[in-house]
Design a protein around this ligand. Structure first.
Ligand code: AMP
Ligand code: ZN
Length: 496
């Protein structure tokens, strides 16, 4: 398959030509773990997931690295505001690392529930301070830094392509020379590489460094960890569009200044925002929806996944309960349709496919090697094209539905193609069918057991063993099963 992605660097669709043929190095900015992920954040991780699944299904070997930010991220990405981790720890009366640990676990619980494949490597910022210091030393040795007021800054005026990714003009970035908010900065877009004079008393985590005891700026962690694990030049970097003007712009400046190699990253993929009533959803404002809040209202995390797939990642997506309800119903009809196909087929073996498993993609046969009848082949080809053309999940979903409406193909082929498509969509279709079958099996076992006990009770009554007969009735009642004796025998029902 030949992929084309919209590259923010260049603002155009570009064919994917990996640095190393057949292999993809991919870095996706991970969460800052001071609170639960909100459903907007999860949109970003579903995009990463679709990207990785699509590439792997097409045979690429993808090394997906994701960071966990547990230090250095201030509420303003431009070094302004509170330290997010510190503030959260103070509010909760916990240590920063306890908070980080708790929300990291919560994050992976949420992404697991949404069937998001775990990255090949997850790295915590606080485990990589030495790598950050080493990278900052390279940037310093190359002449891109200055010290002021105790902090070490990156001097953007030394890096002429600074505004390329965000299409910012150097004149505007330097405007006003000194920053109104940080008088140490020579240009207002300069940023901190290493803080020593923390503006926060009781800064919880500090490390020794050549610039004094302190802690790293937020942006350096992504440069240091991605270079460490993916090399000095790699293929794809992703994050939300909010990261274009500051975080990713700064990451590029740091990385290219340190290594002298351009481009550091070939393709920049950015997701548009999920919005609530036209407002940006923000983790720091405190009012946001978590995945759990959707579950509490009766939605399955996969309903939300389906909802997200219905929008293209480069379009803003408006969340509403009505549209989530629509997604839930659509997913339900989808499962019912596949289930009815599966009933026509031979029994399906139960398969448990944990998303966390390396690679995470069920090993069904690859669509390209399948021998299929023309209508199915055509749908699969169009599905593949939809993904190849900048990951169009709405088109891919439409092809899945088109496939399910096909009635001129053998059921076994239809099912194989659906399961193959689901390797990317990640709606757990195959497992859903197997689970449904298991539930039915359980019901059958229970019914047989109850019928057996009813017969035993009738026999006990006949033998005037009323103690035994009553104990059977009481035992079943405790399990929520009520017996009703009538003229044509005893019937049972579940307690409502
Ligand atoms: P954070 O944990 O705040 O660092 O954000 C994690 C990821 O979510 C980043 O890639 C952000 O760009 C992205 N993001 C934040 N808010 C939204 C939103 N409302 N919609 C989509 N992506 C978002
Ligand atoms: Zn980052």
């Amino acid at each position: 398959m030949a992929f084309t992605f919209y590259n923010t660097l260049g603002r155009e669709l570009q064919p994917l030509e990996p640095v190393n043929p057949g292999k993809i190095g991919f870095y996706g900015c991970g969460p800052t773990v001071y609170n639960y992920a909100h459903i907007g954040n999860l949109r970003a991780y579903v995009l990463h997931d679709i990207l990785v699944r699509s590439l792997r299904r097409s045979g690429f070997e993808v090394n997906h690295v994701m960071n966990i930010t547990d230090v250095g991220h201030l509420s303003g990405d431009n070094d302004e505001g509170d330290d997010k981790m510190l503030k959260s720890a103070e509010e909760r009366g916990k240590s920063v690392l306890e908070v980080a640990d708790f929300y990291t676990k919560a994050f992976f619980a949420d992404t697991g529930r949404m069937n998001i494949v775990r990255p090949s490597l997850v790295c915590r910022a606080t485990d990589h301070i030495d790598d950050m210091i080493a990278l900052i030393q390279r940037i310093e040795a190359a002449g891109f830094t200055y010290t002021a007021g105790g902090n070490l800054y990156f001097d953007i005026s030394k890096f002429p392509s600074y505004g390329d990714l965000a299409r910012l003009r150097m004149e505007d970035l330097r405007a006003g020379a000194r920053s109104a908010l940080d008088e140490n900065k020579r240009n207002h877009a300069d940023f901190v590489l290493w803080f020593t004079k923390s503006k926060f008393e009781n800064q919880a985590l500090v490390w020794d460094s050549p610039w004094g005891k302190g802690y790293p700026g937020w942006h350096i962690e992504c440069s240091a960890m991605s270079i460490k694990y993916l090399g000095e030049q790699f293929d794809i970097h992703a994050g939300g569009i909010d990261h274009i003007p500051i975080h990713h712009t700064n990451e590029i400046a740091q990385s290219e200044a340190a290594t002298g190699k351009r481009p550091w990253v070939k393709y920049w993929i950015h997701n548009e925002f999920l919005v609530l009533d036209k407002e940006k959803m923000s983790k720091s404002s405190g009012s946001f929806l978590t995945l759990q809040s959707l579950v509490d209202k009766g939605y399955d995390p996969l309903d939300y996944r389906y909802f997200l797939l219905g929008g293209h990642y480069r379009s803003q997506l408006q969340f509403s309960w009505e549209s989530l309800e629509g997604a839930k119903n659509a997913r339900k009809s989808l499962m019912e349709r596949v289930m009815s196909l599966a009933r026509l087929e031979k029994p399906i073996e139960r398969k448990t496919i944990p998303a966390e498993k390396a690679g995470g993609i069920p090993a069904s046969p690859s669509s390209s090697s399948m021998d299929l009848s023309p209508p199915v082949r055509e749908r699969l080809d169009r599905f593949n094209t939809a993904l190849e053309e900048d990951l169009s999940t709405p088109r891919a979903l439409a092809e899945l539905w088109g496939l399910l409406r096909t009635n001129s193909a053998p059921v076994s082929e239809l099912l194989r193609a659906v399961f193959d498509m689901d390797r990317v969509l990640g709606l757990r279709i195959e497992e859903g069918i197997a689970e449904n079958k298991d539930e039915k099996d359980e019901d059958e076992v229970l019914a047989a057991e109850i019928e057996g006990l009813i017969a035993e009770r009738a026999a006990a009554k006949k033998a005037k063993d009323f103690v035994r007969a009553d104990s059977i009735r009481t035992g079943l009642r405790e399990r929520g099963i009520l017996l009703e004796d009538g003229p044509s025998g005893t019937i049972w029902r579940r307690q409502s």
